[in-house]
Write a protein that binds this ligand. Structure first.
Ligand SMILES: N[C@@H](CCC(=O)N[C@@H](CS)C(=O)NCC(=O)O)C(=O)O
Length: 207
């Protein structure tokens, strides 16, 4: 049994989608980040980074990092086909995209949302946000080009947990206004992911 510590429309959507797609047995515990619950001592014992999500398995195994959770869930539920198998070349591209999303796209977004963590100069916040927006747009631009040539999913015709992460990040549009108008192949991926029955349930819970 999984327990996912989550908050609506946050990075928890990636493992949440993977759990639902895998038809895994799980429960959700809401972490009210607006109220600072991610900094409560009890939560910090689970996730000392003070971030959402956290995943607990069978009440004892604890992990953080949403992309790691997505890979972990994909591996534990191979019947859900959320990732190419370890013996398939496509596995390399699965790792590539999930890591790119979590190492390049998401950090640029977090710079936009938390500029105070990237400069001690309050007057510099707008400059940090502007630079982050530029970088996010160029990252989506390259992903959009890839999807135009090799889509509709990141791995071509094959849906994977990496697409759930891409969908999640594509909904964080304050840092990239009109993402779907500017990047139509990202929109196509997002529409396909959002149309999946399991993802519909997750999206409904997150809205
Ligand atoms: N790389 C982490 C990032 C997690 C993260 O930044 N979560 C945000 C919500 S989307 C959070 O908890 N923010 C609270 C904070 O940083 O104070 C992951 O993907 O799990």
């Amino acid at each position: 049994m999984y327990m996912l510590y989550w908050s609506p429309s946050s990075a928890s959507l990636a493992p949440h989608g993977a759990l639902e797609e895998a038809a895994a047995k799980y429960e959700l515990t809401l972490v009210d980040t607006d109220a600072g619950a991610h900094r409560d001592p009890a939560y910090l014992k689970l996730n000392p980074n003070a971030k959402v999500p956290t995943l607990v398995v069978d009440g004892k195994f604890v992990m953080f990092e949403s992309a790691a959770m997505a890979m972990f869930i994909a591996d534990r539920h191979p019947q859900a086909k959320l990732a190419p198998g370890p013996d398939e070349m496509a596995r390399g591209h699965f790792y590539q995209w999930l890591t790119h999303l979590t190492n390049s796209v998401q950090p640029a977004m977090l710079r936009y949302y938390y500029p105070d963590r990237h400069t001690g100069d309050e007057g510099g916040h707008e400059a940090v946000k502007a630079k982050a927006m530029e970088e996010i747009a160029s990252l989506w631009g390259r992903i959009d080009q890839h999807l135009a040539l090799h889509g509709p999913f990141l791995l071509g015709e094959r849906f994977s947990a990496a697409d759930i992460s891409a969908y999640m990040l594509s909904t964080w549009q304050q840092c990239c206004p009109n993402t779907y108008e500017r990047f139509p192949n990202v929109k196509r991926l997002a529409d396909l992911v959002a149309a999946r029955p399991a993802m519909q349930r997750v999206i409904q819970k997150n809205s």
